[in-house]
Write a protein that binds this ligand. Sequence first.
Ligand SMILES: *Cc1c(COP(=O)(O)O)cnc(C)c1O
Length: 314
Amino acid sequence: MNDLRDVLEARRIVAAHLPETPMWSYPVLDAAVGAEVFVKHENVQPTGAFKVRGGINLLARMADRSRGVLTYSTGNHAQSIAYAARLYGVACSIVMPENPNPAKVAAVEALGATVEIAGATMVEAAEHARALAARTGRRLISPADEPDIIAGVGTLYFEVLTARPDLDAVFVPVGSGTGAAAACLVARALAPKCQVIGVQSAQAPAAHDSWRLGELVSRPMKTVVDGLATGSAFATPQAVMRDGLADFMLVSDDEIVRAQRMLLTEAHTLAEGAGAAALAALLARRERFAGRRVAVICTGANAGPAELARLLTT
Ligand SMILES: *Cc1c(COP(=O)(O)O)cnc(C)c1O
């Protein structure tokens, strides 16, 4: 299991490729929330999301890169692995379920990866990826059961908590849980008084319910928020979150849209739904955090055309 040493090692690797992302506060946002709010801007990563930190660390540490890599995802995980594979000159295939969003296929192909379409659902695409990896010898990369991904993502929380070791809380959107697990690891070592609070959509609560129940469960995915739509929980991040999270909140898709609009108007920031979930949770608990110092992680900016249209019409 990871500890801070793995994150420090990852920082050496990741910092060679990605500058630190900014963390700003905005007086109008502070006033709207009633707290001192720091927005960590992972929306400015070259792939538009924080996941690229994990992809770079995993590819950098891979023992035999000549095997090539393979993973399954339609979203930011796919772009992270494709970006890192290009950086290290590694052959990369991404399996996506049938009828993928053409923009997402194009984004991954532009990074030099091959897209393979297989299966009606992500579960079936994952099965196909497993079979393909067994046949071709490619390294199959799990979206979350990968300590090197968690350590790479930890560099984000290292930046947050070295800049502001005096935070009362950090709100982290959760899909598979790599981000929240990484936040727990870093906070435990650098800022044990800082509460790490996970946030998931009430319309896809697999990680939340698994944390509450203490066992890995699957749940229906009815959220339109891509980055948070995970149907079943992952063991590796859940094991770290178990003792590390102070709380795990659910927010509705409507609350997420309201927070997206607030980031646009008060923080000049385009967030995809998942990237606004942390602020949505803080807004839902604004009494409890009144006057406190809190960070919200704007994890990504990859809103598609339909999402943008929804955001700009009321
Ligand atoms: C993947 C993702 C998340 C959730 O991160 P996990 O590590 O899977 O919990 C949140 N926001 C965005 C933008 C993402 O791409």
